[in-house]
Design a protein around this ligand. Sequence first.
Ligand code: THU
Length: 161
Amino acid sequence: MDMRRQVELKYYIFESIQHLTAEDRTLLEEALHFADKSYSPYSHFQVGAAARLSSGKVVGGSNQENAAFPMCVCAEQVVLTQCGALHPDDPILSMAVTARSTLNTEQKPVSPCGGCRQAMVEYTHRQGMDFRLLLGGSTGSVYLIEKAQDLLPLSFNPTDL
Ligand code: THU
């Protein structure tokens, strides 16, 4: 008898933004809109993110870079920080993230960096519930991950302390 358990990441791939529900499509469009506001003169990689809160409010942001490279802030963390600072009692239900490079025409859904995944896991613990993630490029397919925590398996989180 095999005593091992296999753990898998499940996510959904939609052919395009047109296949999303109207609510998810609007959120991804908001993220695209925020990507226009990216300050990324060094990487030329424009990232936009938008979170839908329980109240229906949408909070958006984009990556903000600095000539001192380690000081760059990712779009997801701009959004999480605003949500935590301004709307701490209004949980995030869904976050959409999108990116495009002005150097590279390849279109694929953006994959949040490790730091952003850790920040998302922290936020899910803080608000006492997980949230959905929609990942897109400026065109093309869209990924849906139903639980942001799933993007960081075996995470170090507040329950470990
Ligand atoms: N970036 C994000 O905004 N989110 C991510 O998940 C990955 C990376 C930004 C940081 C930097 O401004 C640029 O993309 C290139 O790394």
